[in-house]
Write a protein that binds this ligand. Structure first.
Ligand SMILES: Cc1cc2nc3c(=O)[nH]c(=O)nc-3n(C[C@H](O)[C@H](O)[C@H](O)COP(=O)(O)OP(=O)(O)OC[C@H]3O[C@@H](n4cnc5c(N)ncnc54)[C@H](O)[C@@H]3O)c2cc1C
Ligand code: SF4
Length: 332
């Protein structure tokens, strides 16, 4: 492991002034929360910050439910949120996305802020033995495009990077129009989660809209009629401790047997958590009959581009949407 110093700022003001920049390999200092992703990347020498700035004890860890919706402090753990009775009842898609993530040990340690900021599982990014990775070394190329790309994205890709965003939680949250509260030395701002992660374009090493010193202080999820009847469906290579090959987060507002409004987002297929508004529009007014669902889900394939090994995801994501809508629709 590369040598680094560990700093424990006494308050958030000191953390903002630390010079840490979240999620950037070229930053001299980086934040660390639960450490479940960061420590792996330090061990593999993928990240070599000179200074680590601990967020322990500095951020809100409360889970609050009110008429406006849900507020999750950035320091709340995955386990605390997944097991919160109000989250299970009002926002099952969030609880299910978390319970289908990682392992109980990781969920006990990992935080909301760290989850949204975790780095891609692209094997070429995580192995410094590969020299071509634009996300790790800007301008070095992309080993995945002509290499093994079964796990990679089919939506939102560029010629510079096709890595999938790995967070299950983020997929559930974008389906529900969540936003992140961002704090820094300049104050606080709110960013819709859909706009928080950036497409790779020509700068895949810049993954979010966070500026220097800024961090996530909380996540807010508005109250929504569809949230209670929601489901997270995750397709993966083994039943636990595994990232999504494809996933679908669905929330439905039903009018009898018809869908009044649907929210649909996909994981495992996009370079960022991927909302599919055209599928939602196609589902609105539809019943749950298989042919209607199948033709609505087919819209998700528009603009999708496989790179060989991952071509199967284009069909699989449509099937995942159909199944997730069926399960959500069957909920009381
Ligand atoms: C074996 C294993 C399996 C896993 N499987 C899954 C899975 O199936 N699905 C899934 O979604 N995830 C999975 N994960 C990833 C896991 O969810 C993340 O490692 C975890 O959520 C990161 O949270 P953390 O608090 O430990 O973050 P850390 O490791 O401390 O930090 C991660 C990143 O977030 C930044 N950061 C932390 N907090 C903030 C903040 N408040 N504001 C801004 N930046 C911040 C850090 O600077 C760092 O860049 C898995 C992890 C492991 C180790
Ligand atoms: S897909 Fe992105 S992260 Fe993976 S090798 Fe290519 S540039 Fe690196």
């Amino acid at each position: 492991m590369h040598p680094f110093s560990l700093e424990r700022p006494r308050d958030l003001t000191a953390a903002f002034a630390s010079g840490a920049q979240a999620g950037r390999n070229d930053a001299p200092a980086e934040f660390i929360a639960g450490g479940t992703d960061m420590v792996q990347l330090l061990q593999e020498q993928v990240r070599r910050p000179k200074r680590l700035v601990s967020l322990a004890g500095l951020l809100d860890n409360r889970i609050q439910m009110g008429p406006q919706g849900l507020r999750l402090g950035a320091a709340a753990t995955m386990a605390e949120v997944a097991e919160h009775p109000a989250v299970i009842e009002q926002y099952p898609v969030i609880s299910e996305a978390l319970l289908n993530s990682a392992s109980p040990q990781v969920r006990n340690q990992a935080t909301m802020g760290g989850n949204l900021m975790q780095r891609t599982r692209c094997p070429y990014f995580r192995d410094v033995g590969y020299s071509a990775c634009n996300k790790r070394i800007p301008g070095s190329g992309c080993a995945a495009i002509g290499g093994e790309n079964r796990w990679h994205a089919v939506l939102g890709t560029s010629e510079n990077c096709i890595a999938v965003h790995p967070s299950d939680l983020a997929v559930a949250l974008v389906a529900l129009d969540a936003a992140v509260e961002v704090r820094g030395a300049g104050g606080q701002r709110t960013v819709p989660l859909l706009e928080f992660h950036r497409l790779p374009d020509s700068t895949p090493h810049i993954e979010t809209v966070l500026g220097p010193g800024e961090l996530i202080s909380a996540i807010t999820v508005p109250a929504n009629a569809a949230a209670r009847r929601s489901h997270y469906l995750k397709v993966r290579d083994r039943a636990s401790f595994e990232f999504a090959v494809v996933s679908a987060a669905v929330a439905l507002d039903m009018d009898g047997a018809r869908i009044r409004q649907a929210r649909v987002a996909l994981g495992g297929v996009g370079t960022k958590p991927w909302r599919v508004p055209r599928v939602e529009a196609a589902l609105a007014g539809s019943t749950l009959d298989p042919d209607s669902l199948r033709s609505a889900a087919a819209v998700a394939a528009e603009g999708a581009q496989g790179r060989g090994h991952n071509d199967f995801k284009i069909e699989l994501m449509q099937r995942a949407i159909v199944r997730a809508v069926e399960i959500a629709g069957a909920r009381a």
